[in-house]
Design a protein around this ligand. Structure first.
Ligand code: HEC
Length: 135
């Protein structure tokens, strides 16, 4: 075998081996857990849910969904924002939809619920048992 052939063979084997190894490498810890819970709407970034369309219609007519995404309020807090927009910013009476909108906001954009910035997170662990590390 000529040196150039040997070189080419080595290169092919190297590429094949590296390709094989990278292909098998598992995703870094966390990726799977991030993707497995909630889906978000591509247009608004709001959590996809059966009531997404209604929320989009009521809440993204005047401003970007970012105003929603960057806040976390309790149910009462969200209702106060709605009253405030109704008082000062010509937001209409939401009627029957108000409950649905509040259910949605409380579920996904409450103080300790699902979404944290643009990453989907699990809820904080409850009843964690701590133990003393031996020195
Ligand atoms: C009729 C127009 C209109 C609609 C519809 C509307 N908003 Fe607003 N909203 C506003 C205006 C105007 C502001 C003030 C924007 C600013 O400060 O730049 C605002 C601000 C906000 C803020 C920021 C409040 C703060 O404390 O800074 C949030 C959160 C918000 N809206 C959520 C919602 C939600 C949820 C809905 C659906 C129920 C909704 N908006 C529907 C007009 C509207």
């Amino acid at each position: 075998m000529k040196p150039i052939q040997l070189l080419a063979l080595t290169a092919v084997l190297f590429v094949a081996l590296v390709g094989f190894r990278t292909g098998k490498r598992p995703a870094p810890n966390g990726w799977a857990t991030v993707a497995d819970t909630l889906k978000v709407d591509a247009e608004t970034g709001l959590v996809d849910d059966t009531n997404l369309m209604l929320v989009k219609a009521q809440c993204t007519a005047c401003h970007s969904s970012k105003l929603i995404l960057q806040h976390r309020f309790t149910r009462d807090g969200w209702q106060e924002r709605i009253r405030w927009m109704q008082k000062y910013h010509k937001l209409w009476d939401l009627g029957e939809s108000e409950k649905v909108v509040l259910d949605y906001l409380e579920k996904y954009y409450g103080p300790q619920t699902a979404r944290f910035s643009n990453t989907l997170r699990r809820a904080p662990l409850k009843n964690v048992q701590w133990y003393q590390l031996e020195q």
